[in-house]
Design a protein around this ligand. Structure first.
Ligand code: WTA
Length: 646
């Protein structure tokens, strides 16, 4: 990697940054040498507690019992709202920018506080109690933030489901954590199109006998079905609700939310995050990674349906008293200049997005960017998948005019917040590298035998110690939590990502080493897509792999074996595509379906995905060892019928 260009820290940024080179080194050393003292100090600095903790941390990576700030009591909504009222009650908390560029709204901290208290009372009036799970299935509208914070006020546990998931996917998530309550909208908007939110809820609800109440935000005013006694309007309930709602003090380890994410096997897992450690970690990373300064306008483009939306649209920024922008739309509507128009309109200082968006906009041409000002920008960020150096350079030189540092942040739903990242005033940048660990994070790279590698190396990325934001479990299945993250490399948190470390100690994430794929920054399990495909009565078997895609990062390549005697057809291809959209959502539909008379298998009957991945990627002269194949001729057939699309 000797030809890598290094972009040094900019002196003008370092001069005013919270963390500079020296403080990074000193604090990082201290965070590892004296973790208890370090995190206790941060917990005091970043959060208001009703009761101080008895013990900073207590964890065991064998039983996967992880506890932070035990005995401490606090309320998340108080930390995100009440405590800011005196000093910044009239400061804008959330700027909302609609899908339609003519639509925007602002809520001050006081207004947001008022709405959250009212909605917390609405939830209580419907019977929601501390510990109850509340499903939130909303587009990117203010009410989504209100609903999340209202849950935290009364100790309800939210489970936000991405508005782009299908009725079927929604149903699975409602059932898995036993939600009795759901908050949704009539319809949403994305890129000028209407999304049928309530209609999906109605379909899902048919199979969710426990679901008692559905609170509906009137967003589009479109016609929807209504079930008296079960459904109620958000605006009507809010108008009748009191704005006085005392917060429920929570234990630091009380559950805060569940968020489903994909793994390599079976159904999505409900990752559980708890109150104190999560909030602290979201807040400290938000402040230092983006060098958030008072008065900054901060915009993270993620949807609240993903962890990035939880930690870096809502909890981190609001805990820090920031002004956070929520965007309902997509990067290319009404035109590919939308992001930069929004930056200029709201004078955004910090902008955090995904590589897939950068690549999509890069393909549209520089003029969409260069005809906007973007002078307000100071810091840029990237998250969700590896950013290829070409996209990084474009982001840096064209969007950032060569003067804004890019924070390439590596983390996961399970980690709660950013683990490996540059800091604007402290760490030199290398395009394509997430650079160095955040405070308290001790990454290691292991070889195939779980041995720790030193110096320059490549292997599996694991984390050697707990940090406050770490997930505490998989809802309802602690054994699966242990098996997935703590038994593959005993003594470590197993990330499922591969990584390289260079001579400067910089980390370069190489991507997933399991059957998880990352399509347009959306994390998906290939097993989920396969399960959807085999639901079709004419399908005998299916294998799904990722392949390199110039915009999405990875595309979805499905090999499908039909039942004996069934002829493939375009009609059938469409039916399979529709089936995946129905079972999971449009984001999971296959880019390529190749008909395969049979799939390459070992003699014991295991599908050899390694070979399928190579064929899909076009790495045909490098198929590796095929000697264990039951029938080597199968591979030739697959190669001969390979479909190329990028
Ligand atoms: C990938 C999103 C490279 C990685 C926050 C991880 C990244 C998965 C980066 C988690 C990055 C995320 N560079 N890869 N900066 N950020 N990833 O749970 O494979 O939706 O395991 O969390 O995204 O996806 P998740």
């Amino acid at each position: 990697m000797s030809d890598v260009h290094v972009y040094p820290v900019k002196p003008e940024i370092a001069a005013h940054a919270h963390i500079n080179r020296e403080t990074y080194q000193a604090l990082y050393q201290r965070s590892l040498a004296e973790p208890e003292a370090f995190w206790a100090e941060q917990a005091e600095r970043f959060l208001n507690w009703d009761r101080r903790w008895d013990r900073v941390s207590d964890y065991d990576f064998e039983t996967a019992n992880i506890r932070w700030f035990e005995g401490g009591r606090l309320n998340v909504s108080v930390n995100c709202l009440d405590r800011h009222l005196e000093t910044r009650g009239d400061q804008v908390a959330i700027i909302w920018e609609g899908d339609d560029p003519a639509q925007d709204k602002k809520l001050t901290y006081r207004e947001l506080y008022d709405q959250v208290c009212r909605f917390a009372n609405v939830l209580k009036a419907q019977g929601v109690e501390k510990g109850d799970r509340v499903c939130i299935y909303l587009p990117m509208i203010m009410e989504a933030a209100v609903a999340m914070l209202a849950c935290t006020r009364i100790g309800a546990v939210h489970s936000v489901v991405f508005g782009g998931f299908s009725a079927e996917a929604l149903k699975d998530r409602i059932l898995d954590c036993g939600c009795k309550y759901l908050v949704c909208a009539d319809e949403g908007y994305r890129g000028g199109k209407v999304v049928p939110i309530k209609a999906n809820v109605d379909k899902a609800a048919e199979h969710c006998p426990l679901l008692e109440k559905i609170i509906v935000v009137q967003n589009s005013g479109g016609k929807i079905a209504w079930q008296e006694g079960r459904d109620l309007w958000y605006h009507e309930a809010m108008a009748a609700a009191s704005a006085d709602c005392p917060p429920v003090p929570m234990d630091a380890e009380d559950p805060l939310f569940i968020l489903y994410t994909s793994g390599s096997t079976g159904k999505p897992k409900g990752m559980l995050h708890t109150t104190g450690g999560y909030l602290l970690y979201a807040a400290i990373t938000h402040k230092y990674v983006f060098d958030y300064q008072d008065g900054d306008i901060y915009w993270c483009t993620a949807d609240i349906g993903w962890v990035t939306g939880h930690s870096y649209v809502i909890y981190g920024p609001l805990c820090n008293g920031a002004t956070t922008l929520m965007f309902e739309g997509i990067p290319t509507y009404p035109g590919p200049d939308r992001f930069w128009r929004v930056v200029d309109k709201h004078k955004v200082n910090i902008f955090y997005t995904a590589p897939t968006a950068i690549r999509a906009l890069m393909a549209q041409g520089d003029h969409y960017v260069t005809e906007t000002s973007r002078q307000s920008l100071r810091i840029l960020g990237s998250v969700g998948e590896p950013i290829n150096p070409e996209a990084w350079e474009w982001y840096y030189h064209v969007v950032g005019d060569g003067s804004r540092p890019i924070m390439d942040t590596w983390w996961q739903t399970e980690t709660g917040g950013i683990l490996i990242t540059p800091l604007p005033g402290a760490i030199d940048l290398k395009p394509g590298s997430a650079t160095l660990p955040f405070f308290g994070i001790k990454p290691e790279i292991l070889d195939a035998n779980n041995q720790i590698l030193e110096g320059e190396c490549e292997g599996v990325l694991v984390i050697a110690r707990s940090w406050p934001g770490q997930s505490r479990g998989i809802y309802g299945d602690h054994q699966l939590f242990i098996d997935t993250y703590f038994s593959k490399a005993p003594g470590f948190y197993y990330s499922g990502d591969g990584a390289k470390r260079d001579a400067d100690g910089y980390y370069w994430i190489t991507g997933r080493i399991d059957d998880v794929i990352n399509v347009s920054g959306h994390r998906m399990g290939t097993a989920e897509i396969e399960s959807a495909l085999v639901l079709h009565e004419l399908v005998a078997e299916a294998a799904v792999v990722g392949y390199p895609h110039h915009i999405k990062g990875q595309g979805i390549y499905a090999y499908v074996t039909l039942n004996a005697g069934v002829e493939p057809s375009e009609q059938l291809r469409k039916e399979l595509d529709d089936l995946v959209r129905k079972e999971i959502g449009p984001i999971a539909h296959p880019d390529i379906i190749q008909w395969a008379p049979s799939l390459p298998k070992t003699r014991s009957g295991k599908i050899m995905r390694r070979i399928l991945r190579k064929v899909a990627a076009g790495e045909l002269d490098n198929l590796g060892d095929t000697s264990t194949l039951a029938d080597p001729s199968v591979v030739q057939n697959i190669i001969d019928h390979r479909i190329v699309k990028t």
